[in-house]
Design a binder for this molecule. Sequence first.
Ligand SMILES: [Zn+2]
Length: 111
Amino acid sequence: MVLDAYFLRSLTFAGYAPALAECARCGTSERPLVAFAMAAGGMVCAEDRPPGAASPAPQTVALMVALLRGDWTSAMRSERRHRVECSGLVAAYLQWHLEHSIRSLRHVERA
Ligand SMILES: [Zn+2]
């Protein structure tokens, strides 16, 4: 969990904080957020859900929020299965951003 918290905070510092409280596409917080979409940048509502997006348990999303905030009291109360799911999502999200930022290096002009 410490590593996941570190990754989440590093991503936030780099400007890639995952959207967890509102839809990463349309910005709504009125509809329930049903899926985690890497390319969209976090949780999305049912209307914006891309095919193949993972549907994490609400407790897993709550754990990601706690890790981002550094709320260890809440994080330590989480169940193992939610920690496992959280780790998987954080790793996939991090990998997605690393691959995309490395690919974009090709477009940077070198002197
Ligand atoms: Zn939406």
